[in-house]
Design a protein around this ligand. Structure first.
Ligand code: NDP
Length: 296
């Protein structure tokens, strides 16, 4: 029996935004029988042309496969789809994988709801853009019952890339997602601010970019070093004490504001560093901030 006709290799995708469409495309390209549904109709024409089955309702879609992947904007949206009586009943005894992004608490709540309704539940997070899906560059994080993950791993593998099961706590994939998004968005905010300050100084983004990449290249070993430092609570400032770091932050604030550029983000960061110094930890490294912001 080919993957295309084997019912155990059938999959349903609920949600056809850019990511849902990419997931459905990858399943189709892997030869899986793929049923699709989206709240707003008409978003599946090209998927149907590639062989997808278009369901007229979410419950019809769920009934078509043992595994349903839902990928919508957040868990308010996935609740709106899944917690309708007909959909919940159709899911009973089947497996649901929620790849929508939200908080760990929402993931745990959804797992608890699924358990009450006899739905086998895995949570997950996608860490790479829609364009990576189906390629080696895709990164998926999963959490929930390991046995269930292993059972569906062959179908999920059709999405390409790296899949990591992080543990039984259903909120764990979302916990990683939140921490990694924290890094991503603060880095993006720093970079867009840097581009604005550089432009005000007559430096184009293209001129700055190679040097920005040099800064980015410093970060991977620092991430490893800071993680160990923070886990151990040593906050070593031997090579770069926070007094010195705070001084460079002040330079960014002054240079930005001289051009009328909002420096509130760097003011917050400098403020955190100054609090560390005020508490007598001026010889420590920047990682001591982790204590100040958690109120320890
Ligand atoms: P969006 O986050 O914009 O989600 C769009 C999808 O959500 C559509 O299917 C939309 O349906 C549906 N939706 C929104 N509100 C509701 C609702 N109340 N009820 C039912 N469906 C609803 O686009 P993406 O597809 O890109 O993202 C989906 C998820 O994937 C998000 O959680 C996102 O964070 C995550 N993700 C996306 C990445 C990307 O590169 N795009 C990268 C990594 C993660 P409709 O068409 O009817 O509006």
């Amino acid at each position: 029996m080919s993957a295309h006709t084997d019912r155990s290799s059938a999959v349903t995708v609920l949600g056809l935004g850019p990511m849902g469409r990419a997931l459905a495309t990858a399943f189709l390209e892997a030869g899986l029988r793929t049923t699709v549904w989206n709240r707003t109709p008409g978003r599946d024409a090209d998927l149907v042309a590639k062989g997808a089955v278009s369901a007229s309702s979410a419950e019809e879609a769920v009934a078509a496969a043992p595994l349903t992947v839902v990928c919508v904007v957040n868990y308010d949206a996935s609740d709106a789809v899944l917690r309708q009586d007909a959909v919940t009943s159709a899911l009973k005894g089947r497996t649901l994988v929620n790849l929508s992004a939200d908080t760990p608490a929402r993931s745990r709540d959804t797992a608890e709801w699924a358990g009450r309704h006899g739905i086998r539940y895995l949570d997950g997070a996608i860490m790479t853009p829609a364009t990576t899906i189906g390629t080696d560059d895709a990164v998926f994080l999963h959490s929930g019952p390991e046995e269930l993950y292993r059972e569906h791993r062959p179908v999920l593998a059709a999405l390409g890339g790296t899949h990591t099961h992080l543990g039984e706590d259903p909120g764990r994939a979302a916990a990683y997602d939140i921490a990694l998004l924290d890094i991503f968005w603060t880095a993006m905010a720093g970079y867009t601010h840097a581009l604005a300050v550089a432009r005000a100084e007559g430096v184009t983004g293209t001129e700055l970019a190679p040097f920005a990449q040099g800064i980015a290249a410093i970060l991977p070993p620092l991430f490893t070093e800071f993680a160990a430092d923070t886990d151990a609570g040593t906050y070593s400032g031997e090579l770069n004490p926070i007094t010195s770091a705070a001084s460079t932050m002040a330079h960014v604030v002054h240079a930005s504001e001289a051009h009328g550029i909002d420096a509130s983000l760097m003011r917050v960061i400098e403020g955190q560093a100054r609090r560390v110094i005020a508490r007598g930890h001026g010889a420590d490294g920047f990682t001591r901030v982790a204590e100040v912001i958690t109120g320890r």
